[in-house]
Design a protein around this ligand. Sequence first.
Ligand code: F6R
Length: 241
Amino acid sequence: MKICETRDYRDMSRKGANVISAQMILKPDCVLGLATGSTPIGVYDQLVDWYGKGDLDFSQVKTVNLDEYRGLSEEHPQSYHYFMNRYLFSRVNMNPAHIYIPNGMEKNWEKECCRYEEVIRSLGGIDLQILGLGHNGHIGFNEPDFQFAPLTRCVDLTESTIEANCRFFSEKESVPRQAYTMGIKTIINARKILLLVSGSDKAEILRKVMAGPITPQVPASVLQLHPDVTVIADREALGKL
Ligand code: F6R
């Protein structure tokens, strides 16, 4: 793993955006794997800024998102569709036909999982996958488990993730209990991975991810096996390494 230590969140966001923009410049029709959550917001803001200055072109870029809540429509303010429109897609010249996110409203979850894997395959795979890190080591919605789940699937969310997501919903009862997520194999099949981590609250889990045993109990630890992972993390997040 390549590690890049940054001063703070702002610096992490700028450097993360640099990696993504380099990918877009070298391959204008690249496939970006995208994440939601609080961590990549600064990266998306920076990309939007460079787009506004005429330095970036999203017209040929394809995007596949890591995950989506099951049961939330694109228009639901807490859906990941909505998040991506708000922070990135509506602010740059993305072609809507190039945007792929699991369909949270598809009732037949098996069909949706197969469709999503087929989408990624037909795009030729993911060039650069952006990841945030959950406090329990999850990536996408791949929670600690007894085995690494390979492909896109529908998962029951753990209490700790439901608890963490509560801040985005008016009440705990309305937090979805299930989500679609790329599997671990889907993620590590990406040609390059960019893991973004910020804050002292992630320091202990980041230590386990990078220096601990590779175990499905810490899903992100599987990244140790990938040949091209860049970790961009601020000083606080790297505080225990
Ligand atoms: C979001 C996702 C999640 C988050 C993780 C960290 O698409 O896949 O795995 O990356 O929960 O979330 P934040 O960035 O809010 O700490």
